[in-house]
Design a protein. Sequence first.
Length: 538
Amino acid sequence: MNTQTSVLNIQDLVVDFDTPDGVVHAVKGVSMAIAPGEIVAIVGESGSGKSQIAMSVLGILASNGKASGKILFNDQDILHLPRKELNSIRGSKISIIFQEPMTSLDPLYRVGEQIMEPLRAHKGLSRSEAKKRALELMRQVQIPDPERRFKSFPNEMSGGQRQRIMIALALANEPDILIADEPTTALDVTTQAEILKLLAELNKQLGMSIVFITHDLGIVEAFAERVYVMQSGEVKEFGSTNAIFKTPKTEYTKTLLDAEPEGAKEPVKKTQDIVLETEKMDVVYGHAPRFLQKDTRFHAVKDTSLRLHKGQTIGLVGESGSGKSTLGRALLRLTESTGKIVYLGNNIDKVPLKSLKPLREELQMVFQDPYGSLSPRMTVLNIVEEGLQTHKPQLSKVERQKLSLSTLEKVGLDPSVRNRFPHEFSGGQRQRIAIARAMVLQPKVVVLDEPTSALDRTVQKEVLELLRSLQSEFSLSYIFISHDLAVIKVMADYVMVMKNGKIIEEGVTQEIFERPRQNYTKSLITSSFNLKELLSEV
C-alpha cells in the first residue's frame, strides 16, 4: 500500500530487552503501514514480537525494553514523544484492547467507573453523561444486566466478560486506530462473532483503523483485509488476506495454516476409579437482602453434579459467563461452595483450608489468566520450583532445578529463559509457564482453564500432545475448560455443557458432537465450526 496515505506507518522498528542472560531482540527492523479505515492482522507464533509492536506504538514497553526506528501517526513520529503529548493521543486517538484483561483492569475499582474514566478525561463529560455512555458501551459489547454489572469488580466477572469490559474501554472515545491484542481469546465463538461484527460496524461508521493481533487464523480469514505474518521478531510475509490464505509463499505460513488439532480420545472404562466427584454443588456470589440493601445474590453454579474417573478428560464447554471457571475452582476448593466434594473417597468439602495443603500437590489448576496467576517478582525457574520446595522438600536444589528445567522443555520453552520474569514473555509463553508450574508436581487431577487459548495453533498442537502424553504416562485426570470446541473434540472423552450455571447436557464426546440433544449445544457446535459464515455480514 502507499505509505503516504497511511494513518500509522512503522519504519524499521527494533525492540530490545535487557535481561540477566543478555539482550533479547524481540522485534528486528519491522516495517508496516495501515491505511485509514483498514483492518490489518498481525499473526505469528507466540513470542514472535506481535504484542511488542503494539506496546511500542503506545509507548508502554516494559522498563527493560528499548525501541528505535520510527512510528508515524498521521505523519507525526510518536515513538519518542514526551509523556504529556503521548497521553493526549493514548486512549483518545489510539486505543488498545490488552491480551490479559484481569491485569489491565484495576482490581480496586468497579468496572463501570473504569469505563467512565477515559470518557471524563478525554471528552470532559459530566459524571452522569459518562455513566450513560458507559452503560451504552456495556450493552454494545453484550454485558448481561449492565446496570448490575456496572457496580461489579473485575474479579466478580468471568474471563470473557472482563475481555468485553476491556473492549468497551478501548472503544469509549471512538479512536482513529484500535489495536486489538488477542481480543477474543477468552470468548466463545458466538460472542466472538458478535464482538467482531461490532468492531466491523464501528470500522465502517467511524472510519476507524484496526490492527488485529491474533493467533486465530479463522478470525483473520473472515475479518482482516491484509495480513502480516511474523516469526522470531521479523515479518516473513505480508499481503492481502485472500493471497496469504490461498497461495502462501513461505513454509512457515503454510505450517501455521495447516496446524489444526488432530486425533480423538477413547472413553475410559466406567470401571475406572472415581478420583473426584461433586453432588449438588452451588456457588453463590453476593448477599441476601439486608437493611436498606438489595438482594445481590447471583448463582454462578447451580445444583451441579460431576464424576471424574482416573485417566478421564471431561471437557467443560459453554458461553462466556456460564460458570465453567467457577465450577473448576470450586472443585479444588479455591472458591467457596456448598455441596459434597469427594476426592479419592474422602469428603473434602468441610476440611479446613489449612488441612488441604497436602492435597494441593495432587490437585492442580492452570488458570485462565496466566499473567495474573504468576508472581511478577519471581523468575520462571523460581515459579516452577516453588511447588517442589513446598511439596517435595526432600529434593536437593540441584534435583529441583533439573526437574523444573526438564518440565520447561516439555512445554516448549528453552531452559535459557529460566532467569527471566513473567513480563518479559508473550501471553502464549506465560501460558506455557503456568502449565509447567502445575505439571512439575505430577498431580493426579488438573483443572485446565482455557490452557491453550493464548497459544498459536503450532504451539497449541505441541501442548495438547504434551498433555495427552503426560495423561497416558501418569494416568492423570483432567477437567478441560475451553470455548474452543475443536480442541475439546480431540482432548475430551466426555463433555459437559454449561449454561447459566447449570449442566444442561452431558455425554461421551462423539455422541455430543454428532447427536446433540439441546438446541443450545447444537448452536455452540455449529458456531464453532462455521465462524466464517457467522462473520459473513462483516
